[in-house]
Design a binder for this molecule. Structure first.
Ligand code: NOJ
Length: 530
């Protein structure tokens, strides 16, 4: 039997933004439980909950101050447990974020560690008398961090951090850190969750003369983590966030003994590039450069997430092109990326939004949807950092958006004329069978009937114009001919002689054969029926 995640559809959920049950302005677990009907109806298989731990929330919970506690505005541990149970009762799986690389500087470990050089916790973090070490390690948060070292005046040493300076990196050379992390995983696995999205995994160790990414020692620990999980909690999922090139990602799968899933970062910007240039070449290339992965493993694919649309995995020229095309207004640029949601990136052109989703659902991998993108939510560029793509979920046409009646929600609710709660909300789209939401709903349902889409090889129809993305997905599990037109111009496709197809997304539309024409940005999922 194939593991559940191979053909799963994931839904990335920002708890703070989802539904506020006690009207303190922050989403919470009780609020999430009240919305489970929606997620069940939508048809996703697994919900990924972003960090819900105690945190000063200076990096939206990726700065953990207690690994064992729920952030107070989200509820208490019992709320979490009830939510997991309720999700399971409905057949939904749930994975949670775990931040292994660093903690908040408010974490008691760091508070204790920084008190003196002799602190028993000192070795939980990485300290140095100079800021000269590990110079080959790149800075990730380029817009805010001048260095990966920050001077701590209390003890006159520098501490190491790959992200914000308030997020000191843990020292994985210390066996106590490794053990502490395994204990944390155990604690949450005991709650019955189905797995973890493991944050920022490439950076666990530092070694002089390297870029301090993807080091052998890092893989050694990650394999130990997997052994631990498999031994005590078989079947639970580890999904890696490693923003790397395909050949550097391969070791994260190991021989099927490290992560079962990794996000496929490089393919994502190329989908946007292909659409803008009306040229599939970069996607064809990156898929050709993507090595086969072990049988039990799967790629997680996505169009957007809570971070900027990262352009780390493209050439400098392509980055400029992407910025010029999708972020001409410089306020949309952050670090090496673009802080916008899918619908605004597509100029709110329904045809393009659907096309991109169709590609997500038909290319290899398990799709991960970002909350709100299924209704075409917008972003708010006036908010700092990446907050503009983390605004409250828009449930109904009401100034509260059905999210919270608090006078001071954690973030303004989008209320502009195009993307505001009045135009864009779940309720009105559920009532309208022609809405984007219904289209996404249909794609999810259809995808589930076509397990071949999860892992089958990808065979491009190279003879078709570059402005098309047409490919076969074929294996013993079946066959799908996925057709996509990246341009405004109609695209004629000659179907193989003697074969009749059914349009899986529109099975009542009658059989397709001979020559068919796709309109501007059109797409079809054709299944041979004879
Ligand atoms: C990756 C997360 O996706 C991002 O949101 C966060 O800021 C960094 N890791 C640092 O934890």
């Amino acid at each position: 039997m194939q593991p559940w995640y191979i053909n799963a559809v994931f839904y990335q959920l920002y708890l703070r933004a989802f539904n506020d049950s006690d009207n303190d302005g922050h989403g919470d677990f009780t609020g999430l439980r009240q919305r489970l009907d929606y997620l069940e109806w939508l048809g996703v298989d697994c919900v990924w909950i972003m960090p819900m731990y105690r945190s000063p929330l200076r990096d939206d919970g990726y700065d953990i101050s207690s690994f064992y506690g729920i952030h107070p505005t989200y509820g208490v541990l019992e709320d979490f447990q009830m939510t997991v149970e309720e999700m399971h009762r409905r057949g939904l799986r749930v994975i949670v974020d775990m931040v292994v690389n660093h903690t908040s500087d408010q974490h008691p470990w760091f508070q204790e560690a920084r008190r003196s050089k002799d602190s028993p916790m000192r070795d939980f973090y990485v300290w140095s008398d100079t800021d000269e070490k590990y110079r080959e390690a790149r800075i990730i948060f380029l817009d805010t961090e001048p260095s990966n070292w920050t001077f701590d005046p209390l003890t006159g040493q520098y501490y190491w951090h790959r992200f914000f300076s308030h997020q000191p990196d843990l020292n994985y050379d210390n066996p106590k850190v490794r053990q502490a992390m395994l204990d944390i995983f155990k604690f949450w696995l005991e709650m019955g969750i189905d797995g973890f999205r493991v944050d920022a995994v490439p950076y666990l160790y530092e070694r002089e003369g390297t870029d301090c990414e993807n080091l052998p020692e890092t893989h050694e620990f990650l394999k130990e983590l997997r052994r631990f999980v498999d031994e005590h909690y078989p079947g639970r999922l580890l999904l890696a966030e490693a923003n790397q090139w395909p050949h550097d990602l391969l070791p994260y799968f190991g021989n099927g003994d490290e992560f079962q899933m990794c996000f496929h970062f490089p393919v994502m910007p190329r989908l946007y590039m292909a659409l803008a240039r009306q040229d599939r070449s970069s996607v064809v290339q990156i898929m050709a450069d993507t090595p086969p992965i072990p049988e039990s493993c799967q790629w997680a694919t996505f169009l957007r997430n809570h971070d900027e649309l990262t352009l780390e995995m493209v050439t400098p020229e392509d980055r400029e092109y992407m910025w010029d095309t999708y972020a001409a207004d410089r306020r949309y640029r952050i670090n090496l990326g673009i802080r916008r949601r899918l619908a605004p990136l597509m100029d709110n052109d329904r045809r393009k939004i659907e096309l991109m989703n169709s590609l997500l659902f038909t290319l290899p991998g398990a799709p991960v949807l970002y909350y709100g993108d299924e209704i075409g939510m917008g972003d708010d560029v006036t908010l700092p950092d990446r907050n503009g793509v983390r605004t409250p979920m828009q449930w109904i046409d009401d100034p509260s958006a059905g999210f919270s009646t608090s006078a001071s929600p954690y973030s303004p609710i989008i209320s502009d004329a195009v993307y505001g709660y009045h135009q864009v909300n779940v309720q009105s789209q559920q009532l309208d069978p022609n809405s984007l939401l219904h289209t996404i709903h249909r794609m999810i349902a259809t995808r589930k009937t076509l397990p071949v889409l999860a892992k089958a090889p990808l065979d491009w129809l190279h003879e078709l114009p570059l402005s098309s993305m047409c490919f076969w997905r074929r294996s013993s599990e079946g066959a799908v001919l996925a057709l996509h037109n990246l341009s405004e111009e109609p695209l004629a496709v000659r179907l193989p002689d003697g074969t009749t197809f059914t349009d899986a997304l529109n099975p009542d539309g009658g059989p397709c054969q001979g020559e068919i024409t796709l309109g501007a940005y059109g797409y079809r999922w054709l299944v041979p029926s004879s």
